[in-house]
Design a protein around this ligand. Structure first.
Ligand code: 6PG
Length: 243
């Protein structure tokens, strides 16, 4: 974990702007050499303002007909449900940009969880057929308990090494979730964590420097790999114990 992977911003507002501009830079660089750009989106409260800024202030800089949106995890609810990660992106980003429906690869939270997970894995196989890696960019958050995507403490999903997508009931949030697994996440060309707030300082220290115990701090399964393109976009509050 090299220090230069930590991108520490003074506050949440500057974290949002930095993250948005980094997404744009990676998208533009990718589209200079590739026909398409694929990004897997996170849920939660931190990325929402990034999606809004991306669409409202930077959307005109990108060719959205060549950009494909995926999700890192989803709640097993209908797409118009307030808890839906798809709805978060629809409300914050999609109202600002013209993107073909065929470029929206949402996890179908309204379907039976196991069927939705299998369908999404098939969609990933079809879309990335013949490619060594999956997403050009993966956005992730980290919960106060150290979870990321819907890889929660104490769940078998943390140690999944075969499947790319699984459905599981998560007791901590009393709901079924769909989530990409560590192998799928680590097949991203670039990974960017967005973490803000003082409550994240302790778990982030454990994730980056504590004893390796991913069942307790699931984000460790991503943090402790030698993936050369993992970047941690933090505000000073979240970075208090790691800078
Ligand atoms: C979700 C997210 C989840 C989120 C973390 C951090 O579906 O809830 O994918 O993993 O990234 O809970 O959320 P905050 O950004 O709100 O801290």
């Amino acid at each position: 974990m090299s220090e230069n992977n930590l991108k520490i911003q003074p506050n949440k507002a500057s974290l949002i702007r930095y993250a948005t501009e980094r997404i744009v830079r990676i998208a533009q660089a990718t589209l200079e050499v590739n026909e398409r750009f694929s990004i897997a989106l996170a849920g939660g409260s931190t990325p929402g303002p990034v999606y809004e800024m991306l669409g409202e202030e930077y959307g005109h800089l990108l060719d959205w007909s060549r950009i494909h949106l995926f999700w890192g995890d989803e709640r097993c609810v209908p797409p118009d449900d307030a808890q839906s990660n798809y709805r978060l992106v629809k409300d914050m980003l999609l109202r600002h940009v013209e993107i073909p429906d065929t470029n929206l690869h949402r996890m179908r939270g309204e379907d039976k969880p196991e069927e939705a997970a299998a369908a999404y894995a098939a969609e990933l196989q079809a879309f990335f057929q013949g490619e060594d890696e999956l997403f050009d960019l993966m956005l992730l958050g980290m919960g106060d308990d150290g979870h990321t995507a819907s890889l929660f403490p104490g769940t078998a999903a943390v140690h999944e090494q075969q499947r790319w997508v699984i459905a599981h009931y998560v007791e901590a949030v009393d709901m079924w979730r769909l989530t990409l697994t560590p192998p799928a996440i680590l097949k991203s060309s670039n990974i960017m964590f967005l973490i803000a707030g003082e409550k994240k300082a302790k778990p982030l220290y454990e994730v980056l420097h504590g004893t390796y115990q991913p069942l307790l701090y699931p984000s460790q399964v991503i943090a402790r790999q030698d993936h050369e393109h993992v970047v941690w976009v933090l505000d000073e509050a979240a970075a208090a114990n790691v800078q």
